[in-house]
Structures are given as structure tokens and as C-alpha cells.
Design a protein around this ligand. Sequence first.
Ligand SMILES: C[S@@+](CC[C@H](N)C(=O)[O-])C[C@H]1O[C@@H](n2cnc3c(N)ncnc32)[C@H](O)[C@@H]1O
Length: 270
Amino acid sequence: MNILKEEDFIRLYTFIQKKYGINLSKKKQLIEGRLNSTLFTMGFTDFSEYVDYILTKASEKDIEVMLNKLTTNYTYFMREKVHFDFFTHTILPALVKNKKDKVLSIWSAGCSTGQEPYTLSILIKEFLGKEAPLWDTRVLATDISQKVLLQAQKGVYPQDSLKDMPSEWVRKYFRRVGNTDQYEVTPELKANVIFKTFNLMDPIQFKIPFDVIFCRNVMIYFNQPTKDALVNRFYNSTKPGGYLIIGLSETINKNSSNYKYIMPATYRKI
Ligand SMILES: C[S@@+](CC[C@H](N)C(=O)[O-])C[C@H]1O[C@@H](n2cnc3c(N)ncnc32)[C@H](O)[C@@H]1O
């Protein structure tokens, strides 16, 4: 196994942190372990050569392969359900009551393989019922990884991963793939989620500000200044009265953000 020298480790994690916000400064072993096979398949003889390549001439594809190895895309349907309950019972009723333009702007930032934005899309459709066709209910779903976005767009999941979802929703929004134990999201639901590649380190320049931003279990990889700056960019992209929802194990810095704390992991722009 190749050894990652301290100087190469520092060069690599500094590059990743600066460019992608992901803090791997305490993950030397993880980097060493997870990138060894990449080194081998790409034909490098040691980490110094590989790090030189990454820092100077690597293609976006090679960078992505590296990020995919180093970060986790772990997610599942109905994760942290308390947020979905709040979305259905508090946020949606108020939004729908007050909207004249019938446009909902919801963003799943760091959507991984799509379970979060598809769940949000189902909740919106269920809430609006027969009225849904009169609304623009599309959910924006972004991630830095093309690989997870491709999986998300495919929308095929093992039956087991749908176990926390009401069976009525599974019947309505999924189709079994042949005789397998795989289920595919219906075309209607797929059409309701717009998947895009987006690096959260970049300026947020989507057309309209958001009613709700879900950015759950993403900022765990970021250090405090990176997190503060991103939360600030989220704030500027949230409509007055809109929400930011983060992961239950995460917090945002009260002193550096104007969002008002509502309940664990839920913040509002007042
Ligand atoms: C653990 S998943 C979270 C999925 C979902 N939000 C959830 O809570 O289950 C974290 C996702 O954040 C994405 N991510 C990490 N750094 C990012 C960045 N700088 N810009 C955009 N996405 C990023 C990863 O690719 C990964 O898919």
C-alpha cells in the first residue's frame, strides 16, 4: 500500500477544502485507504505524483472520482422525518395560503441519489391533491457529484429502501421494474424534480429566491468559516419568511447568521 506523506496530505486536503469546502484535515487514513486503488488504476507510482496531478491538470471527471471516494453520499427515503412533518403541516399550508403566483420554490441542496427531493415532491403533490396541476411544484435538486445525480435521475431504488414510506405512496409514485425487487419513480414524479450539478462553494445564482432550502447532512464536511459563508449565501437566496432546514446533527452559528432559530435544525428568515 502507498503511504501518504504529511506534505502531500496537507497539499491535498488544502486544495479540497478551498475548492469544494470539504474538510478532510483529520482524515489522513481515510484518504490513504480510499485513494490507493485510484492511484493504481490511474498508473501513478506514489501519492506525490497523484497529488501533483490533481492540483495542476486533473480533469473534472478525475476530481469527481476522487471526491466520490472521499465523501459519503449516504441518504435514504424519509430521513429525519420530523422535517417532512414540519414541511407538510406548517410550511406548506402557510405557503399555499399566501401564494398568488402559485409557484413553490423548494431546493434540495446536496440531494445525493434523489431520495430527499423525490420525497419533497411527493409531499407537495399529496398536499395539493387535485390542485397540484395548477401549481408550479418543481423541486430543484443539486449535488456536486455527477455520479449520484445520474442515479437520482434514473430513480431506481431497491424495494427495501421504500419500507418507511406509506404503501399508498409507493403504489402511486413508483413502478416495479419487471420481476425484480427494484422500484422506479414514475415519469410524472421525475418530471417534478429538476436535477442540476452545483458546487455549494460557488455563488448562488438561481433565477428566483427559495421558499425553503433543505441542506441536510452536507455541511458536516465543511469547517466553520465555510459553513458560515454558505449559510449567509443561503440567507440571501431565501425569500422573506422562508426556511433553511439542515441535518439534525448539525447547527448553525447564531452569531454569524440572521436566520431565526425555529426548532432543531430549522431556521427562518424573518
Ligand atoms: C450525506 S449526502 C446528504 C443527502 C441528503 N441531503 C440527506 O440528508 O440524506 C451529502 C451530499 O452532499 C454532497 N456535497 C458535498 N460537498 C458538496 C459541495 N461542495 N457542493 C455540493 N454538494 C456537495 C455530496 O456529494 C453528497 O451527495
